[in-house]
Design a protein around this ligand. Structure first.
Ligand code: 26V
Length: 802
């Protein structure tokens, strides 16, 4: 019932293919095969089925000679691929059956796959969802990024403290990629620029080779497949013979050392502008390789570079690839003899830029001297770009200012469109960070509200709900998610609500088993599962959630015979290794959790759970099992959020602020079906102007004052009573994210949630209503918007909507 179309091969034939791979690709026979051997054989057998659609898509793309999309992203947070590919090929049941026939358990084999964690959070996961939708919509596209040897660090808790260890996904062979040793580009760094016959000529000092690895990305029902091309750095030559012959062995290995570091590790900090030379080199490395690759492809098909914008749409995922502007200008001027102004307008015709954050500390700026040392030619080209921008729009906004190169301004000036990622965020982009540039280039800023792929985030991760939906409205929804509206007609059907509840119960039991198996933690599946999963940031306010937890603990202890709604507060997420306050918050959650969980007075009513090492695969278990989605950022700070969409789609109502895409989610589900609290973005800005706003908020709330006093006095850190004094003082003195100001309305709204949850049937109706009404948040809709408003590209599929 779950696969709408017929699978391409039978279980019997597929089992034979797995066995063949076991023998010829892994060199094992069945009796001696390990879990790894089975997993690789299964992956390779599935990969075989992707190759034909992939070749066919590539052939049709070349034949059509139409415009293609190039999505440049420093991060692709992919997760596991076996289930994703199996589901897209309608092979999930066949694969499971085939493995069972070979004496293996499909779920166990699937769970053996390491997450491809080539991203920090929202921005990287969005790129992965976009790749899925580009293929599903049949839009010819390439994703370009870096093949990091080490993805996002693994998180462990040592007495509640986050400890990081290296992630090592490539220690095992990556089953899905095809190495392309013949696709190589030199990437140049450093040196100087000389004026030769009136021309600027770059004499670089270092060379690193970018070498391609391709992963096919297959869309729904295998109708189309695009390529994710990730670049690995290789040394230009193993030994610099000249230095080697001079006897300078150490100098001879310097180029190799640079090459080995460039694609070694993903930067794990998604807020602070680290300003590190290696990061700049990573950015230039993958951007230059990608542009060289697409220009080579264009020329090999006989294209005339003047018409590049008619054939090439390059999307910059944040400013990380913003060097694409000057790099494309360099390629056109230095290698293809374009005039400056033609080079700039041609490059701009190809480029568009997505802004993902308004946090000032996350907007990339490079010290000018560092920049000029690493990329001297680009430094000069940026001056040319700035001059052209001044001539066009006046001199209010500089690209190079106060000794810094501002990548946001550079990306904006070099892009034909700039987009924000939710309606509110796009308006704030116009009013704040890019207000002057918005005046100078009216109409350039547009909105494309984020989305999520319903294949991974409902169909694959939530089989019980998927089956219920199939039975209720048919099977046409996974690539036309607005069809979920058809569920509205069933919201008052008791049988439907019963089945919806049964699906949620199954998922909650699965999560409970998972927590027990993995961490030895027991939870009561009848309690409300209240979940906040995302990177740990002050603006996301995990601290406010924890303060509310402590306040509730107090309240239950004060009134043990009250009609409390049992809750399990689940946290998940990593802090950047250098983000001290975020790490204190993690420790406090773990410390307070230990005290609360050990208190017999609140046992069965309140529990705190924080499983370590949150990642995509953990999200896939947590989200379907969630009753309440926490989206509680300070209004104006969360650009969009995408977890908020995943929860709503899987039937979890939201408690949240008017921030990011929460605003649009609330519009879709109806205000009466959303647990809204807190200040608006405008009120936040106004409150910050008031003197001592935090102190006043604390004084006005005895409940909050009591919680802060407990934390400060060491109730949760008895062996080190002052451990959290600094954290608490921070709230009194500079509570920039207004935790104190929103606390009371958050607490009160949580009590409204308690009451609502206690009425099980109406809560389940609310959950189902969320699923029915958030189909608009499919990333297929988002990508169709980019294709129409920004890229001007069309779907290659007759029935596609791109
Ligand atoms: C910034 C930096 C700064 C330098 C060091 C490395 C690094 C890595 C990533 C970032 C960008 C962080 C921005 C980000 O992830 N924004 C999130 O984007 C989501 C997708 O649009 C959106 O849903 C979230 O609200 C937004 O926080």
């Amino acid at each position: 019932m779950s696969s709408p179309n017929t699978p391409p091969v039978s279980a019997q034939d597929f089992a034979a293919s797995i066995l063949q791979h076991l023998k010829t690709s892994l060199g094992k026979d069945a009796p001696h095969a390990s879990l790894y051997d089975w997993r690789m054989s299964l992956s390779l057998a599935l990969r075989d089925l992707v190759v034909d659609p992939w070749f066919e898509s590539t052939r049709r793309t070349y034949e059509a000679r139409g415009k293609r999309v190039y999505y440049l992203s420093m991060e692709f947070l992919i997760g596991r691929l076996i289930e994703d590919v199996a589901v897209n090929l309608q092979m999930d049941e066949v694969a499971s059956e085939a493995l069972e026939s070979l004496g293996q358990t499909y779920e166990k084999v699937v769970a053996d796959e390491p997450d491809a964690a080539l991203g920090n959070g929202g921005l990287g996961r969005l790129a992965a969802c976009f790749m899925d939708s580009l293929s599903t919509l049949g839009i010819p596209a390439y994703g370009y990024g870096i093949r990091y040897e080490h993805g996002l660090f693994e998180q462990h808790f040592d007495k509640g403290v986050q400890v990081e260890t290296a992630e090592t996904w490539l220690e095992q062979r990556h089953a899905w990629e095809f190495e392309r040793p013949e696709v190589n580009y030199p990437i140049l760094f450093g040196g100087h620029v000389a004026d030769e016959d009136g021309k600027a000529v770059w004499h670089p000092e270092e060379t690193v080779i970018a070498s391609a690895f391709d992963t096919p990305v297959v869309g729904w029902e295998g109708r189309w497949a695009n390529t994710l091309r990730l670049w690995a750095a290789k040394p230009d030559r193993n030994f610099d013979l000249e230095s080697f012959n001079r006897g300078d062995y150490i100098a001879a290995s310097a180029p190799e050392a640079l090459a080995r570091t460039i694609s070694r590790v993903l930067y794990p900090d998604d807020t602070t502008d680290v300003g590190k030379e290696l990061r700049l080199k990573q950015e230039y490395f993958f951007t230059s390789a990608s542009l060289q690759d697409l220009v080579r492809r264009f020329l090999s098909e006989g294209g005339d570079l003047k018409s590049l914008p008619d054939y090439v749409a390059i999307q910059l995922n944040d400013t990380h690839p913003a060097i694409a502007g000057p790099e494309l200008v360099r390629i056109l001027m230095d290698l293809h003899s374009f005039e400056v102004s033609d080079a700039i307008s041609t490059a701009r015709g190809c480029l568009a830029y997505t802004n993902h954050t308004l946090l000032p500390e996350a907007l990339e700026r490079w010290p000018e001297d560092l920049f000029a040392r690493v990329l001297p030619r680009h430094h000069r080209i940026i001056q040319l770009i700035e001059a052209a921008h001044f001539a066009e729009a006046g001199e209010q906004v500089r690209i190079i200012e106060h000794g810094e190169v501002k990548m946001g301004e550079l990306a904006f000036v070099m892009a034909h469109h700039v987009n924000g990622v939710s309606a509110l965020h796009s308006e704030l982009v116009k009013e704040t960070v890019f207000a002057d540039l918005h005046q100078a280039y009216p109409g350039r800023i547009v909105n494309q509200t984020n989305g999520i792929t319903p294949r991974r985030w409902l169909y694959a991760c939530n089989p019980p709900l998927r089956n219920l939906i199939n039975d209720t409205i048919g099977t046409a929804w996974p690539d036309d998610l607005e069809k979920l509206q058809g569920l509205n007609a069933h919201l008052d059907d008791p049988a439907f609500i019963d089945r919806f509840q049964a699906a949620k119960d199954t998922n909650k039991a699965r999560l409970s088993d998972w927590l027990k198996d993995r961490d030895g933690v027991s939870v009561d599946p009848a309690a409300m599962f209240d979940v906040q999963i995302k990177r740990i940031h002050e603006y996301k306010r995990q601290l406010m959630n924890l303060l509310e937890t402590v306040a509730l603990w107090n309240e239950i202890r004060d009134n043990p015979n009250g009609a409390w709604t049992p809750r399990v507060k689940i946290f998940g997420g990593k802090a950047a290794p250098g983000y001290v306050v975020a790490k204190e918050i993690i420790r406090l959650i773990n410390d307070a959790g230990a005290v609360i969980n050990g208190d017999p007075a609140t046992k069965g009513l309140l529990q705190v759970v924080y499983p370590e090492n949150y990642n995509v695969s953990m999200a896939e278990v947590l989200i379907p099992a969630t009753d309440l989605s926490e989206q509680i950022s300070t209004a104006g700070k969360e650009a969009s959020g995408t977890g908020n969409m995943k929860f709503a789609l899987n039937g979890a109502p939201t408690i949240g602020t008017l921030d990011g895409a929460n605003v649009e989610i609330r519009d879709c589900v109806g205000a009466e079906n959303f647990f809204l609290f807190g200040l608006t973005a405008a009120e936040v800005a106004a409150r910050r102007m008031e003197p001592d706003y935090a102190r006043h908020a604390i004084e006005a709330s005895p409940r909050l004052g009591r919680v802060l006093e407990q934390i400060r006095s060491g109730v949760f850190s008895p062996s080190d009573k002052d451990r959290y004094a600094g954290l608490v003082d921070g709230l009194f003195n500079h509570d920039y994210f207004l935790v104190t100001c929103d606390f009371d309305s958050y607490f009160d709204t949580q009590r409204v949630v308690d009451t609502a949850f206690a009425d099980a049937r109406s809560w389940t109706r609310l959950a189902a209503l969320n699923t029915a009404r958030v189909g608009w948040f499919s990333s297929d809709r988002t990508i169709s918007g980019y294709a129409r408003d920004i890229w001007n590209v069309r779907s290659m599929l007759a029935t596609g909507s791109g």
